[in-house]
Design a protein around this ligand. Structure first.
Ligand SMILES: NC(=O)c1ccc[n+]([C@@H]2O[C@H](COP(=O)([O-])OP(=O)(O)OC[C@H]3O[C@@H](n4cnc5c(N)ncnc54)[C@H](OP(=O)(O)O)[C@@H]3O)[C@@H](O)[C@H]2O)c1
Length: 311
């Protein structure tokens, strides 16, 4: 099978297409023919730094939408031909920038029929991150108040819709050109982070989702109600001293990494089928242009998701 790999760390030009043996599904696994693979910031961070994976060679990619080709021994929930989508286990299950992947069958949920593979591939990692941050960690519920930083980004645009679907009042930050997009998603108060300090607008919130880092962490702590929670997706808390600052303010802070989660993925699919969760696809590239796709993503200005198609 074709896959996009790298032998050294570096810029987009280290990526190249190679031939690899088609993987064989082990017991309880399925082999999935990848039709589309979502791109996430962690892909270009790993390409450049090795991150949690260390030294290449490796094939990156965690998001998949595709068709089950073969079920391994004892795997009964899917049969060949089933359309599925999912997030490969983070970090070590990577490899969706390829024609085929294998993974435990319950990594995948049935692809929502209302989405094509390109749209579906944009959902799992960003959607599970948003779901796990808001539902599992922050336990956002009816009447809660939530701030989502980078609300127009891959994680953010799904997070604001999930928070709305759970009955929350939602604040979202983005540059002014993206405010109409945020309002369409249901954001109650949009904040232009370039002209307005969010700490002057938000106060007494139940939760903040931080996708930015830097001084956003300490500043976000100050807009929480007592017992409120900052869910940090981007930093090591201990290094930033955030736990001590949170304790002093009587608020909580959690650092979270998204995990495959069949039940949450089915919940996302149900919201999608019900028309309550939309995925915005900013750009689509063929897999052999992964480097170009990453260059666009690394600009940091994407609205929604970038997706690779795997012909
Ligand atoms: N821990 C986890 O499990 C996990 C999972 C997923 C992602 N993440 C991390 O979360 C971060 C976001 O991921 P993503 O996929 O959402 O990224 P993304 O789609 O690349 O985010 C792009 C968006 O960020 C916005 N943005 C940039 N700087 C901003 C600022 N200062 N204030 C408000 N918005 C700003 C941009 O809007 P403008 O053009 O308006 O600036 C753009 O819409 C990444 O660092 C990623 O690695 C962590």
């Amino acid at each position: 099978m074709k896959a996009v790999s790298q032998d050294v760390l570096g810029g987009p030009d280290v990526l190249h297409t190679i031939d690899l043996p088609r993987p064989v599904p082990g017991p309880t696994e399925v082999l999935v023919r990848v039709h589309a693979a979502g791109l996430n910031p962690t892909d270009w961070k790993h390409r450049a730094t090795g991150g949690l994976l260390g030294e290449p060679p490796f094939v990156l990619g965690w998001d998949v939408s595709g068709v089950v080709e073969e079920a391994g021994a004892g795997s009964v929930i899917y049969k060949p031909g089933d359309e599925v989508f999912g997030m490969l286990r983070y970090p070590f299950g990577h490899g969706s920038f390829a024609e085929y992947v294998t993974a435990p069958a319950r990594t995948f949920a049935p692809k929502p029929a209302v989405l094509d593979h390109v749209q579906a591939a944009g959902v799992p990692l960003a959607g599970l991150t948003a779901w796990q941050a808001l539902v599992d960690v922050a336990r956002v519920r009816d009447g809660g108040e939530v701030l989502v930083h980078a609300a127009a980004g891959g994680v953010g645009h799904l997070a604001v819709q999930i928070a709305k679907a759970r009955g929350a009042y939602v604040y979202g930050t983005a540059s002014a050109a993206k405010h109409d997009f945020l309002r369409h998603l249901g954001v109650d108060e949009v904040i232009d982070y370039r002209s307005t300090d969010f700490t002057t607008v938000c106060d007494g919130l139940d939760a903040v989702v931080d996708t930015i880092g830097g001084d956003y962490g300490p500043r976000s702590l100050t807009v929480l109600r007592p017992g409120g929670v900052l869910v940090s997706l981007v930093r090591t808390l201990e290094a930033a001293g955030l736990r001590e600052q949170a304790a002093a303010l009587g608020v909580r802070v959690e650092s979270m990494l998204a995990e495959p989660d069949l039940s949450a993925l089915k919940s996302l699919a149900a919201l999608i089928e019900a028309g309550r969760l939309r995925v915005a696809v900013a750009a689509v590239f063929p897999l052999d242009e992964l480097g170009k796709a990453m260059e666009l993503g690394e600009s940091g200005r994407t609205t929604g998701k970038i997706v690779l198609t795997v012909p």
